[in-house]
Design a protein around this ligand. Structure first.
Ligand code: MSP
Length: 514
């Protein structure tokens, strides 16, 4: 069985993740589920990034030890991932003992090989962002990321020789045109970072202690990126001296899924760390766009943060999954607002999907007591529907192979829309009035049930709960994604999948809640 290793970024345990962070795990989940459906041996890894000065400060504010603080948030993150029905295989934490040990060994190996050296770091430092900046990176003299004061700082630090590997990396990117996706991100990396030349990277700190100690120089802790990025290998058994079978089985990763803001770390720092360790590079890094609140970045200070678990409580998990997967474009940022979410639920989930399933199952019950099989009384409208159903898996696969998840979902909804149109064309309630059209009527209902079944099978990757609800209502377990000629249906009572929401009323209710 061919393997497929997919990872998400590991989320910072500095606070509760918002819907933007959760979008990433949902997206990864859809890809992982689809690969499983296609027969791959999938390994899907996610987790939390738990060290750093910011977390140390937050823990202090909360009157907790850093460990207690990250334990709480990591739990919360995992609970949200689970609530969103994501099927990860392993949830890793950078405070896992094995990870910490391996990071120390990796750091030492890079030092022994001469890729890491001791020097001094000078610059303007923003504490909340844990970043040094140069004078001209500042905006109005303040931190370009958060707008807060920066302070002059100098510290002894270890540096990693990125520059030594620059040419090899450029060559790799050129020889592997799919390595960085989408294309626009690749150009950004080449033009903004590689062409001007790489500066060596600061990889240790002495100004805080909440990190993995450098074991041969204990005033230093390993600074974020070597600690964070290596999660992708330490947790599948990489060991400097003796890696596990699992490591050789799953590495290199097939896909690192990350947000656009950290593409640089994954396509420049990470490949160079791997080159220095003499390990193969990941096959693909996909920098997904960001989910914005309307046109705005979500932030605590703007008070416009939306949390996935709140949305799931209000609208259901699959509505949230549908919205994020379908509304996020491939390369440009997407938007979420309560209005947009309600409109989508009403138009796509309640009208197109919910109605089709409900109408079809009701007719199967009303006209045939739920018992439906193919009577082969074919008419002009049938062929088009059948061939659309039969092409669906291929169409969805083509889109998913390009990671165009929103378009993959569109393909399924095209078939659902076509099925609704088929009802308008074939007019089952008219056929029902004529006794000699009974077999034609049964064939029509049969075709609809098959279209719904195949759509439900393919929806599993995106809306797992809805998919199984539909199959349960259809009373069938066959999960082939082709039109079968000889299925036997004994359908159950229809249960509405998604109710239409009264937008104005719901918005009023939400106002009170928020
Ligand atoms: N800890 C680092 C990643 C280290 S990976 C070795 C980090 N954590 S994060 O919690 O800030 O972000 C987690 C993921 O969520 C990142 O991929 C980030 O790009 C993504 N997103 C953060 N805000 C987002 C949106 N508004 N929309 C979509 N994704 C967003 O970065």
């Amino acid at each position: 069985m061919e393997k497929y290793y997919i990872s998400t970024a590991i989320a910072y345990t500095s606070g509760k993740p918002h819907i933007g962070n959760v979008y990433e795990i949902i997206l990864a989940d859809a890809i992982a589920r689809f690969k499983r459906f296609k027969g791959y041996d999938v390994y899907f890894q996610t987790g939390t990034d738990e060290h750093g000065e910011k977390i140390e400060l937050k823990a202090k504010e909360a009157n907790l030890t850093p460990q207690q603080f990250v334990d709480n948030i990591a739990d919360e993150i995992r609970t949200i991932w689970d609530k969103m029905n994501t099927s990860y295989d392993r949830f890793v934490r950078t405070t896992d003992k094995n990870h910490e040990q391996q990071v120390q060994k990796i750091f030492k190996k890079l030092y022994d090989n001469g890729d890491i050296y001791l020097s001094k770091y000078k610059g303007l430092y923003c504490t909340p962002c844990e970043s040094f900046f140069t004078e001209n990176q500042l905006v109005d003299g303040k931190c370009p990321d958060c707008g807060r004061e920066v302070k002059e700082a100098e510290e002894e630090a270890y540096f990693f020789k990125l520059s030594k590997y620059q040419d090899r990396l450029v060559e790799y990117i050129q020889n592997n045109p799919d390595f960085i996706q989408p294309e626009s991100r690749k150009n950004e990396m080449i033009n903004n970072f590689l062409k001007p030349g790489l500066q060596d990277l600061c990889v240790s700190r002495t100004s805080f202690t909440w990190g993995i100690p450098v074991d041969f120089d204990s005033k230093h802790v390993v600074y974020v990126w070597i600690d964070a990025l290596t999660n992708y290998i330490t947790n599948i058994g990489y060991d400097v001296d003796n890696s596990s079978e699992e490591f050789y089985k799953y590495w290199p990763a097939d896909l690192h899924l990350v947000g656009k803001d950290i593409v640089r770390f994954h396509t420049i720092y990470w490949p160079i760390i791997l080159m220095a360790l003499d390990i193969p590079l990941p096959k693909k890094v996909f920098g997904h766009p960001w989910l914005l609140f309307g046109d705005d970045k979500m932030s605590k200070s703007k008070g416009n943060i939306i949390y996935a678990d709140d949305l799931a409580d209000e609208f259901g998990v699959d509505a949230v999954r549908y919205y994020t997967l379908h509304e996020m474009p491939f390369a440009n940022d997407g938007a979420i607002t309560y209005e947009l979410l309600i409109e989508r639920i009403n138009s796509d989930l309640a009208n197109v999907l919910g109605n089709l399933v409900n109408r079809t199952i009701s007719m199967a019950n009303k006209y045939f007591d739920g018992n439906v099989s193919n009577k082969f009384i074919v008419d002009e409208f049938d062929d088009e529907l059948k061939s659309l159903v039969n092409e669906l898996e291929t169409e969805v696969t083509i889109k998913m192979d390009k990671l165009e998840v929103s378009s993959a979902i569109d393909k399924i909804f095209d078939v659902l829309r076509r099925s609704n149109k088929y009802i308008d064309e074939t007019l089952p309630w008219v056929l029902a009035k004529e006794e000699d059209k009974k077999d034609r009527l049964e064939t029509v209902i049969y075709n609809l049930l098959e279209a719904i079944r195949v759509a439900a099978v393919l929806l599993e990757s995106f809306l797992p709960e809805t998919s199984s609800k539909i199959l349960a209502q259809l009373g069938i377990s066959n999960k082939s994604a082709i039109y079968e000629e000889n299925s036997k249906y004994l359908v159950n009572e229809p249960v509405p999948l998604f109710l239409r929401i009264d937008k104005e009323k719901k918005l009023e209710e939400l106002k009170e809640l928020i």
